[in-house]
Design a binder for this molecule. Structure first.
Ligand code: KG4
Ligand code: ZN
Length: 335
């Protein structure tokens, strides 16, 4: 099968209603994202029930806008790729149902995509993936080291034992009263910070697993201690200390994984890959591995969107991966 394709991609796993049209695997004709962040901000986090309702309201409008921007018609499409999971079940259902409806009406094949595969294939917009590769997946719901021998062959080498890294950013930002989502706020504040506070480094049983909940508790304890001592908290310095501790953990585990697997490329993936300090530290770390290429997704393709689902979907489509009308959304789908 040739790599020529026009994919309609639909992503609704969390709080973004997103539809993209992707040509030949890595040309973005349109990538419309309707974010619900302003609504959820009032609650300090994503409210699943509210998210589902907003997806229902938005999805037809997003499709209409995305079709108009791409200047294509559904008849031109080769396949409909959709996020099957993981994510919020009510949110996923809306995207799956919309995909099935379009597939039925326009008689198009359905291609199921794992949300994390989407994040990894976001790198296809800047590079050709070189296998075997190692992906460092850092998002609001996942923290994983994924080894890929070839396209769509995923082996999870390590995962988080508790919170995902983005979740830790969001929770720490909440106790620091920095608002939601916390990642960008901590990223920005840490730039003004320096070494003042000391946070513990993390220990995990399995060498390639991650853990962030201890760090989150340590931040809370530090805040309470400063309050008890009636000392003013230097938020920038705390953001700095937290971020350096998180990045130490991520990069340490990545280094350990590189001792175990032989790869041609390291790719960064997931919403936290927008983090400026992570990009900086990972780039300088990889200078010590001149034989391994590094790919960092473009900023526009770091947080949830449908273009990344289209990039992964195009490869899955070529490989003959298909869903049918009995396929349903799966909140805890394995990679
Ligand atoms: O991948 P994503 O859009 O959604 C999931 O699949 O979970 O990731 C969202 C997460 C949030 O936790 C958000 O705080 C975090 O990515 N994030 C960041 C930054 N931008 C977004 N974390 C750290 N630094 C950033 N600049
Ligand atoms: Zn995501």
């Amino acid at each position: 099968m040739s790599d020529k394709s026009l994919i309609c991609a639909i992503e609704t796993s969390c709080d973004e209603t997103a539809i993209a049209f992707i040509k030949d695997g890595n040309t973005v004709l349109s990538n419309v994202v309707s974010s619900q962040i302003d609504t959820h901000r009032a609650f300090g986090g994503v409210m699943p029930e509210v998210a589902s309702r907003l997806h229902i309201e938005q999805i037809s409008l997003v499709l209409k806008e995305s079709l108009a921007k791409a200047k294509v018609h559904m008849d031109d499409v080769d396949a409909i790729a959709f996020t099957q999971g993981p994510g919020l079940i009510g949110s996923l259902h809306i995207g799956v149902l919309a995909s099935k409806t379009l597939a039925w009406y326009f008689q198009k094949p359905l291609v199921p995509v794992h949300h994390i595969a989407g994040h990894i294939y976001a790198n296809a917009f800047v590079t050709k993936l070189k296998f075997p590769l190692l992906a460092l997946v850092v998002s609001g719901g996942h923290t994983e080291l994924v080894y890929m021998k070839e396209d769509f062959d995923f082996e999870v080498l390590g995962t988080t034992q508790d919170d995902a890294v983005g979740e830790a950013y969001d929770k720490v930002a909440r106790v620091m009263e920095l608002g939601y989502p916390g990642g960008p706020a901590i990223d920005a504040l840490a730039k003004q910070g320096s070494t003042q506070y000391v946070l513990p480094r993390i220990k995990t049983e399995k060498p390639l697993d991650f853990s962030f909940s201890g760090l989150k508790s340590a931040v809370l304890q530090l805040i309470l201690k400063e309050q008890r001592g009636q000392r003013e908290l230097n938020k920038a310095n705390l953001a700095y200390a937290f971020q350096e501790a998180v990045l130490d953990e991520l990069l340490l585990k990545l280094k350990k994984a590189l001792e175990i697997v032989d790869v041609r490329q390291v790719v960064l993936a997931g919403g936290v890959s927008a983090n400026s300090r992570l990009r900086e530290r990972l780039t300088s770390m990889m200078e010590n591995y001149p034989d391994i290429a590094l790919s960092i997704p473009p900023l526009w393709c770091t947080t949830d969107n449908a273009a990344m689902i289209g990039a992964a979907g195009a490869v899955a489509f070529t490989k003959g991966i298909r869903a049918d009308f009995s396929t349903s959304a799966s909140a805890g789908l394995d990679l």
